[in-house]
Design a binder for this molecule. Structure first.
Ligand SMILES: [Zn+2]
Length: 98
């Protein structure tokens, strides 16, 4: 799987956890669905392609400010849950980030 695909899966999983916990929604609510679509689109357009670092470590801030705040909130919230719900994905993510 490519880096970009891998990271898309992480981002979608994190938004999924966030929405399930915060919005009590079994599937993504419209707001989270929009954020998910936005995040995936940004990843598809990432100019670093397969050499990219994770977005949290990236020097290029390609997110529009309001989306950036939202995705930061999602990451902060879902980070600890990822180890519980998606441990393999979370550990891979940590290994690749550092
Ligand atoms: Zn939601």
């Amino acid at each position: 799987m490519s880096r970009i695909e891998q990271e898309k899966r992480v981002v979608t999983a994190m938004i999924g956890v966030y929405c399930r916990k915060k919005h009590k929604s079994r599937t993504l609510c419209p707001d989270c669905e929009a954020l998910n679509a936005y995040a995936r689109k940004r990843l598809s357009c990432c100019k670093y392609g397969e050499n990219k670092s994770f977005c949290s470590a990236c020097k290029t801030h390609c997110y529009a400010p309001q989306h950036k705040d939202k995705i930061k909130e999602v990451m902060r919230f879902s980070g600890p849950w990822m180890l519980l719900y998606h441990p393999i994905m979370a550990i891979k993510h940590l290994l690749t980030t550092h």
